[in-house]
Write a protein that binds this ligand. Structure first.
Ligand SMILES: NC(=O)c1ccc[n+]([C@@H]2O[C@H](COP(=O)([O-])OP(=O)(O)OC[C@H]3O[C@@H](n4cnc5c(N)ncnc54)[C@H](O)[C@@H]3O)[C@@H](O)[C@H]2O)c1
Length: 438
């Protein structure tokens, strides 16, 4: 392919050189005269292992060239990759001026372009909604042509890491194509055919936010490890040893578990232990904002659930599920109990059903918890899903159980279902007005 790469910074320089190495003809575009001249003299613009040699070789072989002129780079090009900077504004928002300016150049090229279908892939990190609100409108306005018909658009996040970016380019963790246009997907799949990585084709918005989710998670991991490390040091424990063992648990720790959006966490262990760790930090004179704000984040999530239920403005509310997670009968600090308590406090007529909860069998800590936190539970419990369904205009799914599936499937038109836990999509409750928290 003939490829134009906009922006010759860390991402663009590596991308341009590596694509040339893959056999493509690459024209890099930048607004910096110095960068253009340096690259054309065969030198890398950034310090990356193996990049200097690669750039020198690709420029010498005539497969990599830089220019200040978008039209020169775009002439007969199959694909544009936009990798210009998106730095922060002082309020934290992303500055999209460079993206808009690069799109202007591409749009002008598209205006004069002949029949050939050109694909524009955005590799810069941009906020969700940018492709639909900025990229497509700008390209359509400037070119006078139609996205998906005359040219293709994809949000195509970049996952390479500085320091190992050449290696990462050829071995990415994943390839994400945010587009619904089949011709664009085919073009980009052809581009990445030689690269072995799982491919995910998704919507613009999912791809856009995914990139932010990835980086925020990396930042969260570093901060978490540093807070645990600081506490370990204060307590005289070996932080490296703690985290070395921690990461080897790929069943619960470094795994997809606990990473599904849904309802708040609860139960007998997580809230209690997070509380204890926060206290320990305070006692030892440490301020650990990530750890010490986890319970606040969880409470805020509970408030969003309550607000969502109240916003439906229904008086008779049925809550399905009371235990803190499936396959247990433990009610201690269950988020569903807290939800019921708040709905009752808001003046709602609440009914509850959970086949795992037998009030006559409540013992020990469970019994104490309910007596203290939800003493009116006996008056709220129903004997079956159908009884709860009859007594409610709005059903809140606050837990999973096979019995709940049938109840949801059988919900009558006009009832509202609020799914706090992420119900299976095959339950067929299309007739029911439904909403979910996450
Ligand atoms: N650096 C990384 O490791 C990394 C990884 C993944 C994604 N990203 C994202 O990729 C994007 C680029 O990051 P970077 O670190 O390479 O940025 P950078 O600041 O190093 O480079 C951006 C380049 O774009 C050029 N530029 C600005 N306006 C231009 C225009 N209108 N036309 C052509 N060139 C123009 C600048 O002169 C500069 O050379 C950002 O959105 C960033 O968030 C970066």
């Amino acid at each position: 392919m003939k490829i134009a790469v906009f922006g010759l910074g860390y991402v663009g320089c590596v991308t341009a050189a590596c694509l040339a190495q893959m056999g493509h003809t690459v024209h890099g575009v930048d607004v910096s005269d110095a960068k253009v001249r340096l690259l054309n003299s065969g030198q890398s613009l950034v310090l990356e292992k193996g990049l200097d040699k690669l750039v020198g070789r690709m420029v010498a072989e005539g497969r990599l060239h830089a220019t200040l002129d978008p039209a020169e780079a775009l002439d007969r090009a199959d694909l544009s990759l936009v990798a210009v900077g998106t730095p922060s504004h002082s309020d934290g928002s992303a500055n999209l001026d460079h993206v808009a300016s690069a799109l202007g150049g591409i749009g002008r090229f598209l205006r004069g372009a002949k029949k050939k279908f050109h694909v524009v892939a955005i590799r810069s990190t941009v906020p969700p909604g940018t492709t639909e609100k900025l990229v497509i409108p700008t390209l359509e306005k400037v070119s006078g042509k139609k996205a998906g018909v005359d040219f293709g658009v994809c949000f195509h996040p970049e996952f390479l890491r500085e320091g190992s970016s050449v290696e990462d380019f050829f071995n990415p963790p994943k390839t994400v194509l945010g587009t619904s246009d089949p011709q664009t997907v085919r073009r980009l799949l052809r581009l990445w055919k030689a690269v072995d990585a799982p491919v995910f084709v998704t919507s613009f918005k999912t791809a856009e936010i995914l990139k932010y989710a990835d980086n925020t998670f990396h930042a969260l991991k570093v901060s978490f490890a540093n807070e645990i490390g600081s506490l370990c040091r204060r307590l005289g424990a070996d932080s490296r040893e703690v985290m070395r063992i921690f990461v080897q648990d790929t069943k619960l720790n470094i795994s997809p578990l606990y990473l599904k959006p849904g309802f708040a966490f609860g139960g007998p262990c997580l809230p209690k232990d997070v509380r204890a760790l926060g206290w320990l930090a305070r006692e030892n004179g440490l301020h650990l904002p990530v750890i010490q704000n986890i319970l606040r984040s969880n409470s805020r999530h509970m408030e969003r659930a309550v607000d969502l239920v109240l916003s439906a403005k229904r008086q008779r509310i049925g809550v399905l599920g009371l235990v803190f997670k499936s396959d247990t009968d433990d009610l201690r600090e269950s988020p569903a109990c807290e939800l019921v308590k708040r709905l009752v406090a808001a003046g709602k007529r609440v009914k509850v059903y959970d086949p795992r909860v037998r009030l006559d069998r409540l013992l020990g800590a469970n019994q104490t918890f309910i007596r203290k936190e939800l003493p009116l539970l006996p008056r709220l419990m129903t004997e079956s899903c159908s009884e709860l369904s009859r007594a409610s205009d709005l059903i809140v799914l606050a837990g999973n159980h096979p019995e709940f599936d049938d109840a949801i499937r059988g919900l009558k038109k006009g009832k509202i279902l609020i799914d706090l836990v992420g119900v299976r999509p095959d339950l067929g409750w299309a007739d029911v007005a439904s909403q979910s928290l996450t």
